[in-house]
Structures are given as C-alpha cells and as structure tokens.
Design a protein around this ligand. Structure first.
Ligand code: GLV
Ligand code: MG
Length: 325
C-alpha cells in the first residue's frame, strides 16, 4: 500500500438513486415510500426555467414535511453557469438544510466549481448552526469535467460520490448516441472473415472509457462511483445490462429515472447470496491459513491470498449494510 491513506466517504447505501423533478410534488410521497436508497429532488434539467422558483419551494416544503424515513436525501441544484444556482443553495440549505444529506452538483467542470459551492454551503451551515455537514455528489457529464475528474474528486472533504451523466456527456463530447445510456451499433468490431467467408459484428460499450476513468478517480479519493441514467424505461433488460457493466467496473449504484428501475438497480448492485457465502468462506479459509502461518492457500481449486481477503471484506460489508437498511 501507498503511505497515502485514502479517507473513505461515509458508508451510505447508494444502489439506486431515484430522480424526482422538483416541479412534480405529486410524486414525492410515492418516492418516499419506494425502495430507492437515495432520492434526488431535481431543480436542474427536469424543471423548465419558468418553474424553477416554484420547484425550489416545493422541495423545501417536502424536505421539511414529507416523512422520508431513513432515505438519503439529495437536491440537484442548477449549474454554476446559471443565475438559479446561488438561490438553490441559499434557499434550500437555509430553509431545509437539517433534512438534506447531499447536494448534487451538475456539469461540474473544475475543482474551483466545487470550492465555490463548498464556500457557500459552509457559510450557511455555520450561520444556521447546523451540526451535520452536507455532502456533495458530482455529475461528471462534460468533457471538461472528465478532463479534470481527479481534481474534482479531491476538491472537498464534502465529496461523497461521482456520477456518470451519460446524456450531457454525449452532448458535450458530441458522441453519436441513440438513446440515453444505450449502445450504438456503429460502435462495433467486425471480425475477420472465417474460412467460409462469414463475419460477426460484436457490439461494443461506447461508455466504457468514460465510466472506467470516473471509477478510478472516485475510488482513488474514497468516493462512490455511480452510473447515471438509462433513458428507455420500457427496456428493463437494456437497463440491467448497463447496470451490470457498471457494477463489473466498480460502480456501486445506478440512477433510476423511473420507479420501475429502482428494483432493477437494487438487484444488480446487491451481492448475491452465493457471492456473500463465497466471500465468507474465503475469509474463513484465510483465517485458517494465517493460523498455520501461510499467506496463500487454495479454495475450490483456485488461489486465494491477502488481496482475496480485501475483496471478500468489501462484499461482506456491503451485505451487512443492506441487511441493516
Ligand atoms: C444526467 O444529468 C445526464 O446528463 O445524463
Ligand atoms: Mg445532465
């Protein structure tokens, strides 16, 4: 290990993160009763410019009055390039900061963006005498944000998670997409011809680099990497495939832009019973190995060593969090 110790963000369950427009208060109660781990009430792209002020009021009222149970509550503010953003922060944190766990910052581009919001939130928290510190979640969804992702990830002690905002990322990089978070048949490999002249097309994942880049920046700074939206909510298989790819790369959650996607995210982002049992067996086998003075042993015909312990511990800890939720 490096001498540099990575401080881990607070351990929150973040398998599913439900997006709820601040301009749709009729959805709030249902969201509160859902199985989403995190809810973000949106002031940004799901809210039309004329509705921003009303949405802000709706969100403040809902944070104070709706019973959100133990859910982690977040508000997506408007971008720092808009004139809505300062009032989003001032009004929401001043008037509902006690029940707010996280602020989601969209289109974050530089570490200075994070610094600016941190300064504002710190002043409000101090003035109000809040005991709890509000955390930050950042959407990496522009070319600039991706270029500076490591600096952004390290920019504040409030940082908790990085989110891949595939829709805006596609717009910013001018990527050719079909649907939000979907794949494009043009991003494919055409295999060489076999003897019989046949060839195959293997579809690729055009988001692989971006997601993997973000995961590294998040993990190197102790933050949760979270995959963003999948637009076609009538395609649960497509959603699950995208969620699985993200999970394989190290993401611990995915957005739900529709209630039907919550269960899918929770399922994919939870370790299976078989995985947990295997992890527990690894820990037991390594404990026995250590007692015999060995650093590596075999289990079910495969090598396990100290790295296996770390992987198994992560899994068992996640299962414990889920059971406690
Ligand atoms: C999310 O905000 C996205 O742009 O995908
Ligand atoms: Mg976006």
């Amino acid at each position: 290990m490096s001498f540099h110790v990575i401080q881990q963000a607070p351990a929150r369950l973040n398998r599913s993160e439900l997006a709820v427009p601040g301009s749709a208060p009729q959805m709030f109660e249902k969201a509160a009763k859902s199985d989403a781990d995190v809810i973000f009430l949106d002031l940004e792209d799901a809210v039309a410019p004329d509705d921003k002020a009303e949405a802000r009021k709706n969100i403040i009222k809902a944070l104070n009055e709706v019973d959100w149970g133990t859910k982690t509550m977040s508000v997506r503010i408007n971008g720092l390039d808009t004139h809505y953003m300062y009032r989003d922060v001032v009004d929401v944190v001043e008037q509902a900061g006690e029940r707010l766990d996280l602020i989601m910052i969209p289109k974050v581009g530089t570490a200075a963006d994070v610094y600016a919001v941190d300064m504002l939130v710190t002043q409000i928290e101090d003035a109000k005498g809040y005991k709890k510190r509000i955390g930050f979640e950042h959407i990496i969804e522009t070319a600039l944000g991706m270029q500076n992702v490591s600096d952004i990830a390290a920019a504040s002690k409030r940082n908790e998670s990085l989110h891949f905002g595939v829709a805006d990322y596609a717009a910013s990089t001018r990527a050719r997409t079909t649907i939000i978070g979907g794949v494009n048949p043009d991003y494919a490999v055409l295999t060489d011809k076999l003897d019989d002249g046949s060839r195959d097309v293997h579809w690729g994942d055009m988001w692989h680099y971006a997601l993997a880049r973000m995961v590294v920046a998040a993990r190197a700074n102790g933050l949760r990497p979270i995959d963003g939206p999948f637009g076609d909510f009538s395609d649960p298989d497509g959603y699950k495939a995208a969620a699985k790819r993200a999970a394989v790369l190290g993401c611990e959650g995915k957005w739900a832009i529709h209630p039907s996607q919550i269960a899918l995210a929770n399922e994919v982002m939870s370790p299976s019973e078989a995985e947990v049992t295997k992890a527990q067996r690894i820990l037991k086998a390594m404990e026995e190995a250590a007692a015999e003075g060995k650093g590596a042993v075999s289990l079910d015909g495969r090598l396990i060593d100290y790295a296996s312990i770390r992987q198994a511990e992560v899994l068992v800890e996640k299962a414990r969090q889920i059971a406690a939720a």
